[in-house]
Design a protein around this ligand. Structure first.
Ligand SMILES: [Zn+2]
Length: 213
């Protein structure tokens, strides 16, 4: 199985930071990726950072194609004009999409003490559950930054699945789900051929190191 991650799509609301610009796709590129891989049985789609384009651009495109996706929402930005609000989350739910957590303030969880992790893992999930009226059972890790402590805290918080940005193939039964972020430089045909088998060992090693550091 193969988990793909999108971020913002279409016209950005402001000048983007370099890290954001690298993963902010034009609508045309986004639709080309959807059409190339969206219907594959082994591909799962997700969106991070809860930009407004999730509902304005991505949702109609998904519905047109009969596709579903998981939206990892920043609970601390529900009132921010660039981001999804509570009514948007309802709309996603009503459209058959899954609402999940990307934490509260988009911080690096490795740098937080227990108080900070409680905000990111517990308080964020409570806010999203309140906004959607549905249990939130999945989380994605900001910046893909985790270590052994972050993972054990996520396990203790009771998340069913946790999503990273490690890339490569995923196994649907595993708790930790690697994902691949689609960037502005990936060719659509290369994305369609993923996961590339030559990458497997390198990615496996990288994940091993991150889990145990
Ligand atoms: Zn993020």
């Amino acid at each position: 199985m193969y988990n793909l991650t999108f971020h913002g799509v279409g016209e950005p609301p402001r000048v983007l930071e370099p890290g954001e610009a690298h993963v902010w796709l034009s609508e045309q590129r986004f639709l080309a990726v959807l059409d190339a891989v969206g219907r594959r049985d082994d591909v799962r789609l997700s969106f991070d950072d809860s930009f407004r384009s999730d509902v304005d651009v991505a949702l109609p495109a998904l519905l047109d194609r009969g596709l579903t996706a998981t939206f990892f929402v920043l609970a601390g930005r529900l009132d921010h004009p660039e981001h999804l609000g509570a009514s948007d989350l309802q709309k996603l739910n009503d459209s058959g999409m899954t609402v999940a957590s990307h934490g509260l303030h988009h911080r690096n969880w490795r740098n937080l003490d227990e108080g900070g992790l409680a905000e990111e893992l517990d308080q964020a999930r409570n806010l999203l559950t309140e906004a959607t009226g549905k249990r939130v059972t999945q989380a994605s890790v900001p910046f893909g930054a985790y270590d052994r402590r972050v993972l054990s805290r996520l396990r203790a918080a009771g998340y069913d699945h946790v999503y990273t940005s490690d890339g490569g193939q995923a196994n649907a039964r595993q708790w930790l789900q690697p994902r691949t972020s689609i960037t502005v430089t990936d060719s659509v045909s290369a994305i369609a051929k993923q996961p590339a088998s030559g990458e497997a060992m390198r990615i496996h090693l990288k994940r091993f190191v991150k889990r145990w550091r």
